[in-house]
Design a protein around this ligand. Structure first.
Ligand SMILES: Nc1ncnc2c1ncn2[C@@H]1O[C@H](COP(=O)(O)OP(=O)(O)OP(=O)(O)O)[C@@H](O)[C@H]1O
Ligand SMILES: [Mg+2]
Length: 357
């Protein structure tokens, strides 16, 4: 009798245990099924490991930028926000925070194409950081911001010779890319916000996110039109052929802006007029003084200004007539020499009539 009782109690305990195990299994299975599917493109595996670009820890990124604080915020582009920061090595950096919302491809291209390319007139990519659904690109900091701020900023101005030096530096950076030994690198987004200024106002090109490496002389048919309105070669807009002459066109537009301090399209007229069209008309009718940036206050060598204007017009002319970046560097250097000579022979005393150098 006693034995029978124990059998019943034991059976009951085993039964309850089996039921509990079964219930736990069902509940956890449900949980697994209802948990959200893994995010597409999440940076789980590091897709950039093979780029050879140094990896920087997330801790270091947040420490350097004071937790991405507002006081460290520099500016914002289509890819995300940019913050300044100081790494533990004491190096001053710009940290581009890229939210993973489909810009991953641009990010990957930028990392892989920039990491091994070094030149004094190109912004150096120092490292990257990947963390689940966000990532960062860490660049050398250009403490004087971008050319756009200096050309169009209210309380900012660049004297004539400094404008030429910025143009020469940018042209050198672009010439280096176009004659890159492993194949011509087309920047594809030359514009004033992508020309950054270092401590001594030396210019450095940034943003290689859209760049493509192609064999010298060859053209590449792109699947999509890239670049920024106002700077894209009309040739490229119509046939999507990527080559270095597209960068020359964009550079020509930037040169026109350096000369005139004007936006790519003049909206103040009855019918909005593109800057290149305005400059072409001006070439026929003269009136260079009206085209020159009023902020220059007439202080430039008229000869050098004219040479630079002709150069800019040749950059924006038909594809076959455009100079190479090497030729552009040489002509700008010539304009620079003219200007320094003219300045040296002009007395420094200011008079009522404007000094031309
Ligand atoms: N290395 C850097 N040093 C200093 N400032 C930087 C650096 N990199 C970017 N910036 C600044 O951060 C801001 C945003 O730059 P970003 O390249 O993201 O966009 P953008 O070039 O202005 O525009 P878009 O995304 O349309 O090309 C700009 O004002 C730029 O001057
Ligand atoms: Mg940029």
């Amino acid at each position: 009798m006693e034995l029978g009782l124990w059998i019943v109690i034991g059976g009951g305990i085993v039964g309850v245990f089996v039921l509990v195990v079964l219930a736990v299994c069902i509940v956890s299975k449900k949980r697994i099924q209802s948990s959200p599917p893994p995010k597409k493109d999440a940076f789980k595996d590091d897709p950039f490991e093979e780029s050879g670009c140094p990896k920087i820890s997330i801790k270091e990124v947040y420490l350097a930028s004071n937790n991405l604080s507002q006081s460290n915020f520099i500016g914002e582009g289509t890819a995300g926000k940019v913050y300044k920061g100081i790494l533990s090595t004491n190096q001053h950096v710009a940290i581009k925070h890229i939210i993973n919302d489909g810009n991953v491809e641009t990010f990957a291209r930028e990392v892989t194409s920039l990491s091994h390319i070094r030149h004094p007139n190109l912004v150096t990519l120092l490292g990257y950081c990947v963390n689940e659904d966000e990532c960062f690109l860490v660049y050398e900091l250009c403490p004087n911001g971008n050319l756009s701020e200096w050309l169009f900023g209210k309380d900012r101005n660049l004297p004539w010779i400094q404008r030429l030096e910025i143009a020469i530096d940018s042209a050198r950076g672009l010439s280096f890319l176009h004659t890159y030994p492993e194949g011509c690198i087309v920047h594809r987004d030359i514009k004033p916000t992508n020309i950054l200024l270092g401590k001594n106002f030396e210019a450095k090109l940034s943003d290689f996110g859209l760049s493509k490496i192609i064999e010298l002389g060859e053209t590449y048919v792109s699947s999509e039109v890239r670049g920024t309105f106002g700077y894209v070669d009309p040739n490229y807009r119509s046939n999507n052929h990527v080559n270095s002459t597209g960068d020359v066109y964009s550079f020509g537009i930037v040169l026109l802006q350096i000369l005139s301090g004007k936006k790519v399209v003049n909206m103040n007229l009855n019918t909005p007029m593109p800057l290149s069209k305005m400059a072409k008309g001006l070439n026929r009718s003269g009136g260079i003084n009206d085209f020159a940036d009023p902020k220059l206050e007439g202080e430039y060598s008229a000869e050098a200004f004219d040479l630079t204007l002709q150069l800019a017009l040749s950059c924006t002319a038909l594809k076959q007539q455009r100079p190479s970046m090497e030729q552009i560097v040489a002509t700008l250097q010539e304009a620079h020499d003219m200007s320094t000579e003219a300045k040296a022979s002009t007395p420094e005393v200011s008079t009522d009539t404007s000094i031309q150098y």
